[in-house]
Write a protein of this length. Structure first.
Length: 181
């Protein structure tokens, strides 16, 4: 097939236009996701510190399994998009709001928690998702003290599985699933 110069130019420009459009689409989708996560995390930065400060079960810095289970259950009813975890000072998960079968990790890395608490990293800061062996999610966290002794951390996944499932259902309902990268 012998194409004229104008046909070749049309093909090259069409391919270039599709390529540039795709780059902008995926870049825009990435930017939208990062902005959404940053705004959610910024909005909920004070969630964990407020819960520890305002709740007697957490305020004492004493591990009370039954009290925490009841607290986490109540908090999940009020905010089903959140997942609550009590960590010891090494990052081992002691108590959580999720079903036992869903939690895949026994420990989370403390590095992202320290980065968030000490503002050493720009938002969004991603931490380990205890419900997945390798996935990371945005979170809120705060240390828990008994007097001046660090007892552990309250670790809250901000956009938990329920949020993600609901978000995906809404996208499907609007026919937007195929548009997401």
């Amino acid at each position: 097939m012998n194409l004229s110069l104008y046909q070749k130019l049309t093909v090259v420009l069409s391919v270039l236009f599709v390529f540039i459009g795709s780059v902008f689409y995926f870049w825009g989708a990435h930017l939208e996701e990062k902005t959404r996560f940053e705004s959610q995390q910024r909005l909920h930065l004070s969630l964990a510190p407020s819960l520890v400060r305002d709740n007697p079960v957490l305020q004492q810095g004493v591990y009370d399994y039954d009290g925490l289970n009841n607290l986490f259950h109540t908090l999940m009813i009020l905010g089903p998009a959140f997942e609550f975890y009590l960590l010891d000072k090494q990052g081992n998960i002691l108590t959580y709001s999720a079903d036992n079968a869903l939690v895949k990790r026994k420990k989370v890395s403390l590095e992202p928690i320290d980065n968030l608490i000490q503002y050493r990293h720009p938002l969004p800061v991603y931490g380990d998702d205890p419900k997945h062996p390798s996935r990371q999610k945005i979170f809120s966290a705060t240390p828990i003290f008994s007097g001046s002794t660090l007892m552990g951390y309250l670790y809250i996944i901000v956009a938990g599985e329920r949020y993600v499932d609901t978000y995906e259902q809404a996208k499907r309902a609007l026919g937007l699933r195929s548009l997401s990268p």
